[in-house]
Design a protein around this ligand. Structure first.
Ligand SMILES: NC(=O)c1ccc[n+]([C@@H]2O[C@H](COP(=O)([O-])OP(=O)(O)OC[C@H]3O[C@@H](n4cnc5c(N)ncnc54)[C@H](OP(=O)(O)O)[C@@H]3O)[C@@H](O)[C@H]2O)c1
Length: 178
């Protein structure tokens, strides 16, 4: 089964969005995002597609929506489960690219998290879900001028049922030391 990776840019307080966008502009981070998803499958919610859609480097883009019309170049799926089933059939790495509602519905299924913590203080109205750091192993941390990239892999032995309860437990953040 192809891995499911949640990929997000977030503040250290887990803000991911403000209104119809993100409260920062970090081109280096966006370039990194495009390079990760290149040639892979991306799943995103209808709002995220309307805000950021287009010019993606992914080979397959699946939009989760109950209302969106068919559009050229993307596949509209009526449910998260439907999008995941379709993505699994395609067989490439599955990147879940938001927004908040889609992250919440897929966190318990994710194999890895690719999180770019944007340096600075931001306020917003959409958040990455809280997650229990003890369920995740940090496998990479890279410091960039405007952001810190951290990759987590789900620890072995975290079954789906315990994943759900882990997701409900409070604890999140980057694990940064400063
Ligand atoms: N920082 C980041 O990395 C990042 C990444 C992505 C997005 N964002 C931010 O996140 C915000 C958008 O997030 P959001 O939570 O408001 O919207 P969203 O998750 O992008 O999209 C929500 C829409 O997805 C569809 N949907 C969700 N669950 C569904 C389900 N189970 N079955 C069928 N359709 C479903 C619905 O579309 P219909 O109404 O059409 O049915 C729903 O209105 C924006 O502020 C954006 O800037 C940030």
């Amino acid at each position: 089964m192809p891995p499911i990776i949640l990929i997000a840019a977030l503040s250290y307080d887990r803000v991911i969005g403000a209104g119809d966008g993100m409260p920062w502009r970090v081109p280096d981070e966006y370039r990194q995002y495009l390079s990760f998803i290149e040639g892979q499958t991306v799943i995103m919610g209808r709002r995220t597609f309307e805000i950021f859609g287009g010019d993606l480097t992914s080979a397959h883009t699946l939009i989760v929506s109950r209302t969106a019309e068919k559009r050229p170049g993307v596949v509209v799926c009526g449910s998260v489960e439907g999008a995941l089933a379709r993505a699994r059939k395609i067989g490439r790495t599955i990147f879940v690219a938001g927004g908040g509602s889609i992250y919440r519905q897929t966190l318990s299924l994710a194999d890895a998290l690719y999180l770019s913590y944007i340096k600075g203080t931001f306020s917003g109205d959409t958040f990455f879900p809280e997650f229990d750091l003890s369920a995740w192993e940090e496998v990479k941390r890279e410091d960039h001028p405007a952001f810190e990239f951290v990759a987590y892999r789900r620890r072995v032995g975290q079954a789906v049922s315990s994943r759900a309860s882990s997701a409900r437990r409070k604890v999140a953040g980057s694990g940064r030391t400063r």
